[in-house]
Ligand binder design. Structure first.
Ligand SMILES: [Zn+2]
Length: 631
């Protein structure tokens, strides 16, 4: 958290390109609908719900598009951007293991604080600029096109933070919140609130006086200059207002009814004289007095005054505010954890999703209307997020199916119709010489049962807990590294505890090979006891999948689950619960981090490609060739 704040003082800014682009009449427009599934798309095209997709398929082509291995968005969109595989672009999973600590770390972007600081008057002033790093390596096709004199517009594609210095870019997945996390929300309540240990929530207990008056704070980022000082905060005051609740936060004074979202609230966290850090939040009143409960969204980096660059050129982020008002800036804007933990309702979450969709549409249509780029790429992740959270509504075998509301059952069909509407708006904005590609990075499958891979490794004798410990919480807290030979973290990754590579490594290269073969042979034999179903279809050898091992982060093994199964949340963060496989009783009920052949994405084109576009990587090559051919 402090890293982000120290960095802001270093004044890191991207140079604006400042090129005035000419009008372009022969564009390649690429629209991504993250997670759009070919089976669901076909089904809803067949019944007439997706007329624009049907029209596009009839104009050109529609087919399933093979996904990346593993089929995770940051991996797949990096394949798409660079035309290479993970062994070259270096993104293998949402999470990587830091070899030095053997702890999970975010794979996508990294904030390196200034190395030199001047300690003075109890403060630390940065002397160099620090850095934000996009961990994806290689050259994305939009940059290659610009290098040859073209113009690119790229909006909210995953793994684009910090933004590439191109004609127009809005950074996507990778942008943190103001705390430096991937989205930490806060619940204010007069009673204790339960959260699981994987949740990214903060629970604040409130104590009203006899009139119901409450004074509390919204905790912000760490103090950028004083490492030992408490976090910056802003005052938050609540009072009864008839049936409503009056909320005073920052300079905003608003009355909210139960079940109502506020507009954006700007909160400036002061830290030194007039200096402050600006964030934005939305509040949602969960319940009114006497048991008042308020939800405050993750604190977004304020796009009007961003502490780190969100766009290229840097002013573009605030120009969007001037045209359309404030918007979500965090890379993964949907607050999936608040719904997964039951902290907000399906209805409240879907209302938030409508807001995000509108923001994304405003940005995308404006960019199309500018008509100033050879290639225009926009990714809408809403199709993915709704499918994750509402698959329980279309999967009769999901543990929550029977208690899913009418609105929740219709949610995925709704977001596909929205995608169809966006496609229609996009086609209206295209000229006769433009070409259109619509794709998704992967499809979808049910997520009914959660697999604790570290428990399985324990039973194989490959992961050993400290003596007397029967389980381990996240972060490998009770793991005995001196006897552990393999460990799992992330959504599909297994690592061998190799001597000389991992800080606490004990396994020789020769033994590592034997352990890999053991896991490849044995894990597909795991069957789920209540149903007898096979859990894992195939375990892939990382050395074969990822020649090059860019970033040195390649996992030794990649687990290809059968549909219905996925790594448990505890597994992703390095936990070892007692059980092997649990019911997934959470609302996050659909997933795609399984064997890639089971979850292809979609590809629609407005034309018949000269060579088959049979992979995400092929689209990057096509974009470069198309641009070269159009010159
Ligand atoms: Zn997803």
């Amino acid at each position: 958290m402090r890293k982000l704040m120290t960095l802001l003082l270093s004044g890191l800014m991207l140079a604006s390109c400042g090129k005035d682009a000419p009008r372009v009449d022969q564009r390649l427009v690429i629209v991504g609908f993250d997670g759009m599934d070919p089976v669901l798309a076909q089904q809803w095209m067949d019944v007439g719900s997706l007329p624009n997709f049907k029209k596009l398929a009839a104009m050109g082509d529609f087919r399933p598009l093979p996904t990346s291995n593993p089929p995770q968005s940051p991996v797949a969109w990096s394949d798409f951007a660079t035309g290479t595989g993970p062994g070259e672009h270096g993104i293998y999973d949402f999470l990587r293991r830091d070899a030095e600590t053997q702890m999970p770390a975010f794979s996508i972007s990294e904030i390196v604080p200034p190395q030199d600081v001047l300690a003075i008057f109890g403060m630390e002033l940065p002397l160099d600029s620090g850095e934000i790093i996009n961990r994806r390596l290689g050259t994305p096709f939009w940059s290659a096109i610009e290098d040859q004199g073209g113009y690119s517009t790229v909006l909210r594609v995953p793994v684009t933070f910090p933004p590439d210095p191109i004609h127009r870019m809005m950074a996507g997945m990778g942008v943190p919140d103001l705390l430096g996390t991937q989205g930490t929300y806060t619940i204010y309540s007069t009673r204790p609130v339960n959260s699981s240990d994987a949740a990214s929530s903060r629970n604040m207990r409130m104590r009203p006086n006899r009139e119901g008056h409450i004074e509390t704070v919204l905790e912000g980022p760490a103090h950028p200059l004083k490492p030992d000082a408490p976090a910056l905060n802003a005052s938050l005051v609540l009072d009864p207002a008839g049936e409503k609740v009056r909320v005073q936060l920052g300079d905003t004074d608003v009355e909210l009814a139960e079940g109502e979202w506020s507009d954006w609230i700007t909160v400036d966290f002061s830290f030194f004289g007039p200096a402050s850090v600006s964030g934005t939040v939305r509040a949602y009143l969960l319940s009114t007095y006497p048991r008042v409960q308020l939800y405050v969204s993750p604190i977004q980096i304020n796009p009007r005054d961003p502490v780190v660059p969100l766009s290229s050129p840097p002013d573009y982020a605030s120009e969007v505010v001037d045209r359309h008002g404030l918007y979500h800036t965090i890379g993964m804007p949907e607050e999936t954890w608040s719904l997964n933990e039951g902290h907000i309702t399906d209805h409240a979450w879907l209302e938030m999703e409508r807001t995000i969709l509108q923001e994304r549409e405003n940005m995308f249509y404006d960019a199309l209307d500018e008509q100033d780029s050879n290639v225009v790429v926009g990714v809408f992740v809403q199709t993915d997020r709704v499918a994750h959270m509402f698959y329980r509504g279309i999967d009769p075998e999901h543990p929550l199916y029977s208690e899913t509301s009418e609105e929740a059952r219709g949610a995925i069909a709704w977001i596909y119709r929205e995608a169809d509407r966006i496609l229609g708006e996009t086609m209206k904005r295209m000229g006769p010489d433009d070409r259109l590609i619509v794709l998704s990075d992967h499809g979808f499958a049910p997520f009914r049962r959660a697999v604790n891979i570290n428990r399985w490794l324990t039973e194989q004798g490959l992961l050993v807990l400290q003596s007397g410990k029967k389980e381990s919480s996240v972060g490998f807290s009770a793991v005995d590294w001196s006897q552990t030979r393999a460990y799992a973290l992330g959504l599909n990754s297994i690592f061998i505890n190799r001597a000389g590579r991992e800080a606490k490594g004990i396994v020789s290269d020769q033994e590592a090979e034997q352990i890999k073969q053991q896991i490849i042979a044995e894990l597909p034999k795991l069957h789920d006891s209540p149903t007898g179903l096979q859990v894992v279809r195939q375990v892939f050898d990382g050395a074969e999948l990822y020649p090059g091992n860019a970033n040195g982060d390649a996992p030794d093994l990649v687990v290809g689950y059968e549909p219905g199964f996925r790594a448990s949340w505890q597994t992703t963060l390095g936990g070892t619960p007692l059980s092997m496989i649990d019911d997934n009783a959470k609302k996050w009920s659909g997933d795609h981090c399984i064997t890639p052949e089971a979850v292809p994405g979609v590809l629609f084109t407005s034309f018949q490609p000269e060579n088959p576009l049979d992979s995400l990587q092929a689209i990057a090559h096509y974009a470069r060739e198309y641009w070269a051919g159009a010159q």
